[in-house]
Design a binder for this molecule. Structure first.
Ligand SMILES: C[S@@+](CC[C@H](N)C(=O)[O-])C[C@H]1O[C@@H](n2cnc3c(N)ncnc32)[C@H](O)[C@@H]1O
Length: 208
């Protein structure tokens, strides 16, 4: 494991309950709830949820999907496993590095990345791995905070980025849609909100 990934794991292992509480607040529901619902409308069948965390997207998934959640933080996954069960959803959780998935090729009916490509050290490697394990043509969905397409907002994000990376391993300036396109996903739509700081990218895995 690289030093960068060890740091991510340390940060998320620290207090997963606090993360879960903060991200379940009315404000985050207002900011993200509608898009988490759209993620739920996109996934089907056997779903790989990359950077599963405490499973906050699980209640938005249809009841008939089966979720495999992977994360580098076992502490986040412990909370996530309990939360999925209390939400009445099936979820198998596995400690794994998104950049090196110990999973076979072409098995998932859909793949979701929720708020994780900002912390994964090499996001393009993780997206390529998601494409590898997806069935060709499978829906791929990305709910992420990104570098805004609006220059003044992007400059503000660039200004706070060094502190956020140092403290939280959280990159504010990632050009996620470009990474997604370069990594074997055919992009079908991009929904931008909150001054372009968030994107919901829907696409499908390209074959081969
Ligand atoms: C901001 S949390 C998002 C959690 C959840 N998906 C959500 O929507 O709230 C980011 C998660 O990505 C995980 N993560 C970061 N880098 C990873 C990697 N290389 N492999 C697996 N998980 C990773 C972190 O441990 C953390 O749980």
């Amino acid at each position: 494991m690289t030093d960068r990934l060890r740091k991510v794991r340390r940060i998320y292992d620290h207090d997963p309950d606090a993360y879960h509480r903060a991200m379940s607040s009315r404000f985050t529901e207002w900011m993200l709830g509608g898009r988490r619902r759209k993620v739920g409308e996109t996934v089907r069948g056997l779903v790989l949820d990359v950077g599963f965390g405490t499973g906050l997207s699980v209640p938005y998934y249809p009841a008939d999907v089966h979720v495999v959640g992977i994360d580098v933080s076992s502490k986040m996954l412990e909370v996530g496993r309990r939360f999925a069960r209390s939400s009445g959803r099936n979820a198998d959780v596995l400690v794994m590095d998104a950049e090196h998935l110990a999973l076979p090729d072409h098995v998932f009916d859909s793949v979701a990345f929720n708020l994780c490509l900002c912390t994964i050290p090499n996001p393009e490697a993780a997206i390529r791995e998601g494409v590898r394990v997806a069935k060709p043509g499978a829906p791929m969905v990305f709910l992420e905070h990104v570098r805004s397409h609006l220059l003044p907002v992007a400059l503000l994000e660039e200004a706070v980025n060094p502190a956020m990376v140092a403290l939280q391993a959280d990159h504010m300036n990632r050009r996620t849609a470009d990474f997604v396109r370069r990594s074997g996903v055919e992009v079908l739509s991009i929904d931008r909100w909150f001054a372009g700081m968030f994107n919901l990218i829907v696409g499908r895995a390209q074959s081969g």
